[in-house]
Design a protein around this ligand. Sequence first.
Ligand SMILES: Nc1ccn([C@@H]2O[C@H](COP(=O)(O)OP(=O)(O)OP(=O)(O)O)[C@@H](O)[C@H]2O)c(=O)n1
Ligand SMILES: C[C@](O)(CO)[C@H](O)COP(=O)(O)O
Length: 233
Amino acid sequence: MVEYHVIVLAAGQGKRMNAGKNKQFIQLQDKPLIVHTLMNFIQDEWCQSIYMVISQEDQLAMEGLLKEHFLFDHVHLVHGGKERQESGYRGIKAIQPVQPDAVVMIHDGARPFVEKKHLHQLAVTAKEEKAVLLAVQVTDTIKRKTIDSVETLDRSFLWAAQTPQAFHYSLIKKVHEMANDQEFLGTDDASLVEEFMPEQQVKIVEGSYQNVKLTTPEDLLRAELILNKKGEA
Ligand SMILES: Nc1ccn([C@@H]2O[C@H](COP(=O)(O)OP(=O)(O)OP(=O)(O)O)[C@@H](O)[C@H]2O)c(=O)n1
Ligand SMILES: C[C@](O)(CO)[C@H](O)COP(=O)(O)O
């Protein structure tokens, strides 16, 4: 067993979902999206603590929701920032003192379908290798367009990044500090390691295409299908 701590990012606005509220509150069958996500960690005995990063405006509603689902005592709440990266950094700073090699995962609240076997593969790999992300091989043909050319990239080298991404605490804290100081904005946390610690290899654990990020209304249909399938299993 490799213990880990998780930061669940839920401080976005869900603008592309166009739900008139933060998409984390959208009901998916019997419970809101964010509760589905949190349950993956509550039900994992390897998970030692959960820090959920939320926006100040959602504080009351989130507290209510956690109480309704009996999760209030299991989740530390932290206020997020304007960008996803800032929210992650605030989550990292909120973690109670831990050993430098403690494993910290960072996960999108909007990915409710992560599997326990992948959490464990990430934890084990992060403990040994310091930096790892969940990803899947790209299935599309990807073109790279410049002003005067179009080329087809070799997709056997292309991976779509997912979360969780897992790191040694001291490493992820350091690269977030550096990114903050230098006003560097990446689209995921692993990219900060790539940018500021190029000597540190980032590993990939191959994940599942079901671990989708619910971003647009179309993704909700997919979520319903996944939940129906899980219910049948
Ligand atoms: N300032 C931000 C922005 C995003 N997130 C979180 O990061 C995850 C991935 O981001 P995304 O899917 O882009 O969510 P939103 O920012 O909410 O969506 P949108 O960009 O459509 O507004 C989400 O769980 C979101 O709540 C966050 O904690 N803090
Ligand atoms: C971190 C991430 O989930 C990796 O796929 C993603 O980059 C964050 O969401 P966004 O839609 O790119 O803001």
